[in-house]
Design a protein around this ligand. Structure first.
Ligand SMILES: C[S@@+](CC[C@H](N)C(=O)[O-])C[C@H]1O[C@@H](n2cnc3c(N)ncnc32)[C@H](O)[C@@H]1O
Length: 402
């Protein structure tokens, strides 16, 4: 028997449930709580020790040895080296840009393990967002293909997942900027001599700054300095983690694209092993409005984006909902098309409130996925922390393509 200590951040019942499912998927047997210690378990680990230590999201320590994830997420103030924030959900590059409706990385990593994702597998993310699933899948050695209609999301996801490999180019450029006595926002614009990675890094630093100024009323230059420093620190930490734990991150290929047409985005039929994703919460959040300040700076044609984006397009609640429902049905058909037979997809879906009225969406969504050719394997109910005005319950729906 081996002793498993859960991370301290695991506090909810659904997380214990995910932890058990993950440990089983990684090869543990006979998992039991230790007496009345809800945060400790005994299990038979037989031969799966390294898979647990290297890949698990829910293992704190195994017989006293910390998991890689525990070390990656440990905040700096507690002596951690890869998380400059105080939150275990914001480690490495996860914190970059305050995107609304971000996934919890731990849950996403746990789900990838539950779905059986292995090094070299292909993972797709049809609603890329800020790239949380892309980071976790790549860290597990999977190849990632992803789309989002928002160019901001695509650039953000690219920076979060790949800037580490260009840190030797990014570092001197950032140091040079920080050495300027009278730094301006324009100074942090790419020049012809900058490669793509440096250019994307600088653009995202300006976007985080634009958000700090617009949402928090921060001073522009002070915020730019802080963001350049903090982003560089996180990208350095990513590169250091890759070396220290021999992570060999999977390649990440993300592009502006529409999940209603994954073929156009270059994602072929029967090519994907697994998906972990969260679609827009019905019509409850306006993703275009949330990021308007940043999208405008990227020269995005905002009215066009409004006309195509799922959950945003349409006029008035009734039409918006109808279009949202249409889009989701097409999306499930696309997902069923690109998954390999036997491939699995987990959707994190909320019961949204629109204009004070509850729309129970998870059951309807599950029926659309089934119509598209997926089998519902499991439903895991969870709660939402924050966003209380919009929703409070979510379900994780796990499907398998037969
Ligand atoms: C709930 S968010 C995803 C958040 C993500 N899980 C994260 O951790 O950041 C949904 C995303 O879907 C994108 N989106 C909306 N309609 C889309 C479509 N038709 N095709 C692709 N992406 C779309 C939005 O831009 C938004 O980024």
């Amino acid at each position: 028997m081996n002793l498993i200590q859960l991370p301290r951040s695991v506090q909810f019942l659904y997380e214990e449930h995910l932890a058990r499912l993950e440990f089983e998927a990684l090869g543990c047997h006979d998992i039991d709580r230790v007496g009345d210690r809800w945060d400790q378990m005994t299990a038979t680990v037989n031969g799966t020790r390294s898979a647990l230590i290297d890949r698990s999201a829910y293992l704190g320590t195994l017989d006293g040895t910390p998991s890689v994830y525990e070390q990656l997420t440990k905040p700096k103030y507690q002596g951690g080296r890869f998380n400059r924030t105080r939150s275990v959900n914001q480690y490495l590059t996860h914190w970059i840009y305050p995107y609304q409706g971000k996934f919890h990385p731990q849950m996403v990593r746990g789900l990838f393990n539950i779905l059986g994702v292995k090094r070299g597998h292909v993972v797709a993310e049809p609603f890329l967002g800020s790239g949380t699933a892309a980071v976790e899948a790549s860290l597990l050695g999977a190849r990632v293909v992803g789309v989002d209609l928002s160019p901001l999301c695509v650039m953000l996801a690219r920076v979060k997942t790949t800037a580490w490999s260009a840190v030797d180019d990014i570092r001197p450029r950032v140091h040079k900027l920080l050495a300027k006595a009278a730094l301006t926002l324009d100074d942090a614009t790419a020049t012809k001599r900058d490669g793509q990675a440096v250019s994307d890094f600088l653009t995202i630093a300006r976007m985080v700054t634009a958000s700090d100024v617009a949402r928090r009323g921060r001073d522009e230059v002070a915020s730019l300095r802080k963001n350049l420093e903090a982003m560089l620190e996180s990208v350095e930490a990513y590169a250091a983690a890759v070396r220290e734990f021999n992570l060999r991150p999977g390649a990440v290929d993300v592009a502006v694209g529409d999940c209603r047409d994954l073929q156009a985005a270059g994602i072929r039929k029967n090519s994907v092993d697994a998906i972990v994703t969260s679609p827009p919460y019905s019509i409850a959040l306006d993703y275009v409005k949330n990021d308007e300040h940043a999208l405008a700076q990227l020269d995005v044609e905002i009215p066009h984006l409004r006309n195509v984006m799922t959950g945003v397009r349409g006029r008035g609640a009734a039409q918006k909902l109808q279009l949202y429902n249409d889009d989701m049905q097409v999306m499930f058909q696309q997902v069923a098309r690109v998954l390999k037979p036997g491939g699995r997809a987990a959707f994190v879906i909320g019961d949204a409130t629109v204009d004070g009225e509850e729309y129970t969406t998870t059951e309807v969504m599950a029926s659309w996925a089934v119509t598209a050719g997926l089998r519902l394997e499991r439903t895991i109910p969870k709660i939402v922390f924050g966003l209380y005005s919009v929703m409070k319950d979510e379900d994780i729906l796990v499907f398998r393509k037969e």
